[in-house]
Design a binder for this molecule. Structure first.
Ligand code: SAH
Ligand code: SF4
Length: 383
């Protein structure tokens, strides 16, 4: 059975051809189907009323609409909402962050992550598996439907106003380690017959996989955020181990190449503030030199602690002083507001604790010993 959520406009058209639709009408069918799936968010072929009944019956024989299954849905007092989705061998999160002028959905690209950054809770769990395109776009489809239902909207949103205006791939996993599933999902986010988001409002965040940054620039350029976190190779080798393969100089060159194709004229550098590790004046000075090599903005992220993490959050005054030093040198520097940490929805806090509970109630098997160990620790902690 083909899960239709896996398909983009061209692959849907091919699928219609495959199930016997006339070549002259496959593009039209693909367009209609995308609208039903991603704008009206229907869950059943019978609801696709502008498609002939016989075609719908053929579809039902060959295809399905397999949605994600949310096993937890929590809302923090600041309105941040987090869903935990069961993906069989593991569970992944998506987080909705409402603001006055936008609604941002932060989505996951992998269950776990193999890159093992020292300060990241996802990295500490180890890698479970890549998500499929259907599982990635499924997070957006699910959240869209849930948020519209809250507002009493069924089907398409009147006047095209969408609850989700921005998507950031900053949930669990390294999106550029899963480009073949991530790129079709990005294409659906951008497709006017699906979510119709502008390239500037879709952000991929990467820890710095240089060849895949180039690949993204060719296949589907969207806004790019790069997790820098250290202003020199010696420190970055420790904090972001992929740096040993793609050191800062190569990463900065890739950022400049990307900008020739990017929808925005700057790269966002993310920099997590770790107490006594990367938050000293000399780090700010090194960072100024780096930021001057690439048109960029800097986003300082207060470290979000998680159980057994070896780091502490930099004190507020130090973060402000760090920001001031950079701003005084002409580098546009913002401090990320921490949202949703009461529900473990803040950057780097995703999953972990919840997985064990999940496993007890619906018997999700962790695929790797390291994930099992994390879950076991979390069980001890939560009891
Ligand atoms: N793998 C990608 C995207 C997911 S992480 C990447 O690394 O860019 C999204 C952002 O959260 C990254 O900048 C990441 O470094 C940051 N992050 C990870 N753990 C964190 C923590 N404990 N506190 C604050 N930010 C964290
Ligand atoms: Fe993976 Fe990103 Fe976490 Fe590093 S920060 S371990 S790349 S999810």
């Amino acid at each position: 059975m083909q899960n239709l959520l896996e398909l983009t406009a061209p692959t849907l058209a091919k699928f219609f051809e495959h199930i016997g639709e006339k070549p002259a009408s496959v593009k039209m069918r693909a367009k209609q189907t995308l609208k039903w799936l991603h704008q009206s968010q229907v869950g059943d072929f019978s609801e696709m009323t502008d498609i002939a009944k016989t075609t719908r019956e053929t579809l039902a024989r060959h295809a399905e609409i397999r949605d994600l299954n949310a096993i937890k849905d929590s809302t923090a007092s600041d309105g941040t909402r987090k869903w935990l989705f069961d993906v069989g061998t593991s569970a992944v999160d998506a987080v909705f962050i409402p603001e006055d002028d936008r609604g941002t959905l932060c989505i996951s690209s992998q269950a776990g992550c193999a890159l093992d950054c020292a300060f990241c809770s996802t990295g500490k769990q180890g890698f479970n598996r890549n998500l499929s395109t259907a599982e990635i776009i499924g997070q957006l489809r699910y959240a869209n439907r849930a948020l519209k239902a809250d507002q009493g909207i069924v089907g398409r949103t009147p006047d095209g106003v969408q609850p989700i205006t921005n998507v950031v791939m900053m949930g669990m996993g390294e999106p550029l380690a899963n480009v073949d599933a991530v790129i079709p999902a990005l294409e659906l986010m951008l497709d006017d017959n699906a979510y119709g988001l502008s390239r500037r409002r879709v952000t991929v965040s990467t820890s710095g996989m240089v060849p895949q940054i180039d690949e993204l620039s060719q296949r589907c350029p969207v806004a790019l955020a790069v997790s820098l976190h250290a202003p020199n190779d010696a420190l970055r080798d420790v904090l972001v181990p992929i740096n040993k393969r793609y050191p800062i100089k190569e990463l900065l060159a890739a950022c400049n190449r990307y900008l020739a194709h990017a929808p925005r004229d700057f790269i966002t550098f993310e920099y997590v503030m770790l107490d006594g590790v990367n938050d000293q004046p000399e780090h700010a000075d090194q960072l100024i030199k780096i930021a001057r090599q690439v048109p960029s903005k800097l986003n300082l992220i207060p470290f979000n602690p998680f159980p057994n993490s070896e780091f502490n959050k930099s004190p507020r005054e130090r973060i402000l002083a760090f920001q001031r030093r950079l701003s005084d040198a002409g580098i546009v520097t913002t401090i990320r507001k921490t949202r949703g940490d009461a529900i473990d929805a803040a950057c780097g806090q995703l999953a972990g604790q919840i997985k064990d509970r999940t496993r007890r109630t619906i018997a999700i098997k962790p695929a790797r010993a390291s994930i099992d160990a994390t879950s076991a620790q979390a069980t001890n902690r939560s009891e």
